[in-house]
Design a protein around this ligand. Structure first.
Ligand SMILES: *Cc1c(COP(=O)(O)O)cnc(C)c1O
Length: 399
């Protein structure tokens, strides 16, 4: 069997991916592709990346046996990959460091990003402060209002937050503004994309920076359990924590990969964010993938209790893994995720992000159907402190 080596040199994962952008961005993307292919092989770049992950992020993150919960469920053993223990509380920082180091080497003193829930904005503002880069974050004005504490966090870190008043005033409008900024300021500006989406080379580059998650697991799981896991389960918004933990396992045919999408109020409700389960093929954010769109190709409004999963598309590599059946994609509803959040707090003393709670909820469904010697590895992509207000609101409690 040929080892897995996608994308091809034009950024295709089978029929997905590629680069659908205006002509004004072609030069910038060519420049980025050239820089990335140079530095990904550069030992000095890799050394600095590894150093930063260790000393700034606190890697490697441990794996953790959810022993009490596994015993209660009476089936397979559930293990967490603890990305929640990273500096800034989630996996997003891994990728932001990689792109910031690249920006510096490319001589770009200014970075821009777009953010919905604000988590990618915070991670970008963090690395900009760390490396002395100017930072501008675009955010829909509706999101600015909803995510006030993340907006303040970005400002404390020295970033400029630009509220976007067009369209529905949310993520997709912020994305358009960030693109516009990049076209205008391409000489001195690096666009830090927060997930495995965007035009080539972003989906592959972000995956490579996040693959540290799975690379550590490949070493850690056999040390603790004597074997590789039987299942790897991760929440999928754009898909970066999932691609990061899946990618090193793709050639391990016995390891089943399961991505968990936000089914919101149910897959048949139209109030969800499950592009792979309920979307159709289209073009979004410069690549071909599964998209939640109406019959005229207009991108739909999405819903999830978890702001970080509330995205109308998905990285093109997931589209390919779905069609090729190397990975399976399921949905978890808001109420199932909230139940998993509360149970995880009570049973393990860990408050997971609501995004991660989707993955945990699926693992908790799966475990009792399996023998006790099976291992389910769950990507605990982030910590849940940021979600306390949302959880309280759903419980009818005012903080
Ligand atoms: C942003 C986020 C996600 C979703 O993004 P992916 O690119 O799909 O990983 C998941 N978990 C946490 C904690 C996040 O902050």
């Amino acid at each position: 069997m040929k080892p897995y080596s996608l994308p091809d040199e034009r950024g295709h994962f089978g029929p997905y991916g590629g680069s659908f952008v205006s002509e004004t961005l072609v030069h910038a993307l060519n420049e980025l592709r050239a820089a990335y292919s140079k530095y990904r092989e550069d030992p000095e770049f890799q050394r600095e990346y590894a150093y930063e992950l260790k000393h700034f992020v606190g890697r490697p993150s441990p794996i953790y046996h959810a022993r009490r919960w596994s015993e209660k469920l009476g089936g397979a053993q559930i293990w967490f990959k603890r990305e929640d223990l990273n500096h800034t509380g989630a996996h997003k920082i891994n990728n932001c460091i990689g792109q910031a180091l690249l920006a510096r080497r490319m001589g770009k003193p200014r970075v821009i990003a777009e953010t919905g829930a604000g988590q990618h904005g915070v991670a970008t503002a963090t690395v900009a402060a760390r490396y002395g880069l100017e930072c501008v974050v675009y955010m829909g004005s509706e999101d600015v209002r909803r995510q006030a504490s993340n907006v303040y966090r970005m400002k404390l870190l020295g970033a400029t937050v630009v509220p976007v008043d067009s369209g529905s005033r949310t993520l997709k409008d912020a994305l358009n503004e960030a693109m516009r900024d990049w076209v205008t300021n391409v000489e001195n500006t690096f666009y830090i994309i927060g997930t495995v989406a965007g035009p080539h080379p972003y989906p592959a580059m972000v995956r490579d920076f996040q693959a540290i998650i799975g690379q550590e697991c490949i070493e850690q799981v056999p040390l603790e359990t004597g074997r590789q896991p039987d299942f790897v389960v991760a929440a999928v918004g754009g898909g970066s924590n999932a691609m990061g933990i899946f990618h090193p396992y793709i050639d391990y045919q016995d390891v089943k990969l399961i991505g968990v999408e936000a089914a919101g109020e149910g897959l048949s409700s139209e109030r969800h964010a499950a592009s792979l389960n309920a979307g159709s093929v289209g073009v979004l954010h410069g690549n071909r993938t599964y998209v939640l769109q109406d019959e005229n190709g207009q991108v739909c409004e999405t819903h999830s209790v978890s702001a970080g999963l509330d995205y109308p598309g998905v990285g093109p590599e997931h589209a390919w893994l779905k069609d090729s059946q190397r990975a399976q994609y399921v949905g978890i509803t808001d109420s199932e995720a909230l139940q998993a959040f509360h149970d995880c707090c009570h049973t393990e003393g860990i408050m997971p992000a609501l995004e991660s709670s989707h993955a945990i909820a699926h693992a908790v469904k799966l475990a009792p159907t399996l023998p006790k010697d099976k291992v389910i590895l769950v990507s605990l992509s982030g910590r849940g402190d940021k979600d306390m207000h949302t959880v309280a609101e759903f419980s009818g409690i005012k903080l």
